[in-house]
Write a protein that binds this ligand. Sequence first.
Ligand SMILES: [Zn+2]
Length: 281
Amino acid sequence: MESIINYFETIPSSHRSLILVGGITFFWLIEYAMPLFKFNYKKFKHAWPNIFFTLTTIIINFVLAFILLKTSDWTVANQFGVLQWLALPLWVTIILGIALLDLIGAWLAHYVQHIVKPLWMFHLIHHTDNHVDTTTANRHHPGESVIRFLFTTLAVFIVGAPIGIIMLYQSLSVVLSQFNHANISLPKKVDDMISWIIVSPDMHKVHHHYVLPYTDTNYGNIFSIWDRIFGTFAKIRNEDLIYGVDTYPDVDSNANVGKLLKLPFSGYRAPTGAKFESEKS
Ligand SMILES: [Zn+2]
């Protein structure tokens, strides 16, 4: 345990990049082997806007990283925050730390972006993907990347998380997000079983169904417990899934980086619930 934390305390940027690229490559290959849907799409062409938004997310997090570091150092130096007050054994501190960072930095950040309309306009870009796969994980408008960074900073402040736990959390968060967005089909029983602890692929896909109320469920990223506690857990049959958002059905626009960058400033559209043709074949 201690050696894991020591490693993440000083994890080089190259290793963090390797985790991100390695994760996408790993799940990309599994998507060929056992796809959930046989999309009628060009995999590389589809990946381009998502990789663009993954790069902007990396740059924003890299530029702002010093704020996280300063916040973490301050909480440890001043013994401020949940983990600092409790002083639990190391393994409990690590699990509780990751769980609380997941709650505030991911679940709450995600929930608020669905509730507050101006924030939804940024998060919308993530939902406009009509072919959800592992590359969708970090399809975040730069505005959303900043919003999520602010929530992560708030989480570090409240949790009193040392930098080793933050880096471990962020690495897990990236890989788990790639996993639960991946277009893969696990045996139903396995998916159901793991969804009692972590967010499984079938669980997160419900969130990408094109219409309410499903879009406003299953906000979790690492742990599924938060949706179960806060009553936002939902299920839908995989065969009924249609990816995207009812208000933005144009598949070509949803793959256009320029249009997606401008989308948050184009005015809010109320949900319609109207059906549109899925690109699924
Ligand atoms: Zn969402």
